[in-house]
Design a protein around this ligand. Structure first.
Ligand SMILES: CC(C)(COP(=O)(O)OP(=O)(O)OC[C@H]1O[C@@H](n2cnc3c(N)ncnc32)[C@H](O)[C@@H]1OP(=O)(O)O)[C@@H](O)C(=O)NCCC(=O)NCCS
Length: 163
């Protein structure tokens, strides 16, 4: 399997908007409503990268841009990083995210001082839980009403790995 990650580019906006327009993305906060909104998000990346607060990557599978994965550092505890990811639904179930997670962890170890990585997902989000388990993350507990999407609260599981 050929999975690579590379820093997101502003020119990725159209493809991201296409991927995120799927009606089957249920538990993802902050889905862009317009292409311009997606461009705005991508424009902020270079500053976040410079400040060392967030590192977002595009996932490339066999040369095709299929998703995103990134890590955001906790403002007050910069040794904690929270990972988020998504993949085009056409490519689900091929192990792409699991592979991208390994690549992101290599980046984290090499380029940041993060010692604790967290992944949070809605309790209903079985695929994300499976990715966390396959990646060697341990379930630590439940975060009640952690996620707020379209007027509804969702409880989340907290998975973590100590580096
Ligand atoms: C979560 C997501 C990124 C996983 O991407 P992916 O590339 O398909 O992940 P992988 O193929 O590496 O692993 C997915 C695993 O979940 C399993 N899975 C998928 N749906 C499942 C379900 N309903 N119940 C149980 N397991 C499920 C797959 O079988 C696979 O496990 P396996 O390798 O043991 O068979 C993708 O589903 C997605 O983009 N979802 C929408 C956005 C989202 O929820 N992002 C995460 C927010 S925390």
């Amino acid at each position: 399997m050929n999975v690579e990650i590379r820093p997101q580019r502003i020119s990725d906006a159209k493809r991201y908007f296409e991927i995120l327009s799927s009606p089957n993305f249920h538990y993802l906060p902050a889905i862009p409503k317009t292409l311009e909104e997606e461009r705005c998000f991508l424009r902020l990346n270079s500053e976040k990268r410079r400040n060392g607060t967030e590192f977002n990557f595009s996932i490339i599978y066999n040369g095709r841009h299929v998703g995103a994965i990134g890590v955001r550092l906790d403002t007050f505890r910069p040794y904690i990083g929270e990972i988020g990811f998504f993949v085009d639904e056409q490519y689900w179930g091929r192990g792409i995210t699991t592979e991208a997670l390994i690549k992101l962890e290599e980046f984290i170890i090499e380029k940041t001082d993060i010692t604790r990585i967290e992944i949070r997902m809605a309790k209903q989000n079985k695929a994300s839980q499976r990715v966390a388990v396959k990646g060697g993350y341990k379930k630590e507990g439940i975060l009640v009403q952690m996620l707020f999407i379209e007027d509804k609260y969702f409880d989340c599981y907290l998975y973590a790995k100590i580096l």
